[in-house]
Design a protein around this ligand. Structure first.
Ligand SMILES: [Zn+2]
Length: 94
């Protein structure tokens, strides 16, 4: 089974720091948009074994890479805030 370890780590970071990202909308669409943007901006790290995921997570989260992934995440959140694609915002703006 092919798993992108970055996806798991990014998702975890996102949930951890969501309060600090000042998201104007927290619907599932906006959250997915942020994750998609952030993940497109980083190199994927694929593993074939889910059991390696915890190890890679620990490695990524411990080191400075964590910070750069967080910066990427914050940038993605900013872009989605400025230009949300969800229905909620479309309605709000008429
Ligand atoms: Zn939304």
């Amino acid at each position: 089974m092919l798993v992108n370890a970055k996806e798991a780590v990014m998702e975890e970071l996102f949930n951890q720091y969501i309060d600090q990202l000042n998201m104007s909308c927290l619907c599932s669409r906006c959250k997915e948009d942020v994750l998609a943007l952030a993940l497109n901006a980083v190199k994927p790290k694929y593993v074939t074994d889910k059991s390696k995921l915890a190890y890679i997570k620990a490695e990524l989260v411990d080191k400075q890479k964590n910070t750069s992934m967080l910066v990427t995440l914050a940038e993605a959140a900013r872009r989605v805030n400025e230009n949300p694609h969800c229905e909620q915002h479309k309605k709000g703006r008429g």
